[in-house]
Design a protein around this ligand. Structure first.
Ligand SMILES: [Zn+2]
Length: 349
């Protein structure tokens, strides 16, 4: 028996007596789970056992597999992050853009809820042998209120603690000075393995070649169009309401690339029926829209003003977006409420 086989069977013998998680019975006994926790702890069985037990407790307490994003259900488009397709090897691809999000100000709590909903559902769309995902962070429209080091740290902490070895790749594009400030603060807390998965791309040419390297043609085409449309100011309604099916079939569909739309959205009700226990659910508002539950969103005058202000600020910042390689080109002040607490620990994975 190879060393790794022995470590896997050691870890299994230490956790197999744990009560299964209701609704998630396979989680503890799967080889894939054991391997991810061991890998994340450099194959140290004691450390992997501690970490896995903490996740089992977390999954029992918070039941992430059943979690919904109440913020999005209450206000359509509160968060824009959504799965839009798969990369060349079949990893789910999750795209987010700040201009499309209705929330002007996000908190660690709502960002974790939305992100957890997405990644738990991304898992349900994975074919056997696939265990990681890809994020595309389109920073157009990013403000400090919408995304800051404290928020980024909080979300990354949950991922590092409870979803080890699942992050395949993060592609960040259209950086503005806010992104650069957040990134400078965040990277001090990230493990070298995580840093190695982050691709910060500045030039348009590199964005295209990176997309072509990792994604099938239909997703490359979809992303280029989506990113271009989301740069418009003001953002057109058909992009702001990204959960809606376009009026003409030939129009760009902001819900996702054609094969994802066909397999997961057009067949949503069929998938729910045939796979009752764990159908993949798309963005909460796409589900609401398909199920005819999407109430007309009530937006107060205060919210209209807040969103306009945020868009103005983001527009000003986006104009400062440069392709310069020098990261220190534009410094930005980060107020105390958005900073990572001084006593925060480094994120392990
Ligand atoms: Zn949400």
């Amino acid at each position: 028996m190879g060393d790794k086989d022995k470590q896997i069977s050691d870890l299994r013998s230490r956790v197999m007596w744990l009560d299964p998680i209701e609704g998630d019975e396979d989680f503890i006994k799967q080889d894939e789970t054991l391997v991810r926790y061991l890998k994340s702890r450099d194959w140290n069985v004691d450390e992997a056992e501690k970490m896995l037990k903490r996740t089992v407790e977390y999954r029992r307490q918070t039941r992430p597999m059943e979690l919904e994003c109440s913020w999005c259900h209450e206000k359509a488009g509160y968060h824009s992050m959504r799965q839009v397709g798969f990369d060349e090897v079949g990893r789910p691809v999750i795209y987010s853009n700040f201009s499309q999000a209705a929330a002007c100000r996000s908190t660690v709590e709502d960002a974790i809820a939305h992100c957890t909903y997405l990644i738990e559902n991304a898992k349900r769309s994975m074919k056997p042998g696939i265990s990681s995902w890809v994020f595309i962070m389109d920073c157009t429209g990013m403000t400090m209120q919408a995304c800051n080091p404290k928020l980024g740290y909080g979300v990354t902490q949950v991922m590092a603690n409870h979803y080890p070895e699942r992050l395949g790749l993060v592609i960040c594009i259209n950086h503005n000075p806010v992104f650069q400030g957040v990134w400078r603060a965040m990277k001090l807390f990230l493990h070298p393995n995580t840093l190695a998965k982050m691709k910060l791309i500045r030039s348009k040419r590199k964005v295209v070649s990176t997309f072509q390297k990792y994604f099938p043609d239909e997703l490359v085409t979809w992303l280029r169009e989506e990113i271009k449309l989301n740069k418009q100011k003001p953002l057109p309604t058909f992009q702001a309401e990204f959960w809606k099916r376009p009026s003409r079939k030939s129009d760009h569909d902001p819900r996702g690339c054609p094969s994802y739309v066909e397999q997961y959205l057009e067949n949503y009700e069929g998938n729910t029926f045939s796979n009752k226990h764990s159908p993949h659910k798309p963005h909460p508002n796409i589900v609401d829209s398909i199920e005819g539950r999407l109430e007309r969103t009530i937006v107060t005058q205060d919210e209209v003003v807040a969103r306009l202000r945020a868009q103005e600020e983001a527009g000003r910042l986006d104009e400062m977006n440069s392709d310069a390689e020098d990261e220190s080109a534009s410094e930005i002040e980060i107020s105390k409420e958005f900073q990572i607490p001084k006593d925060a620990s480094k994120l392990f994975t």
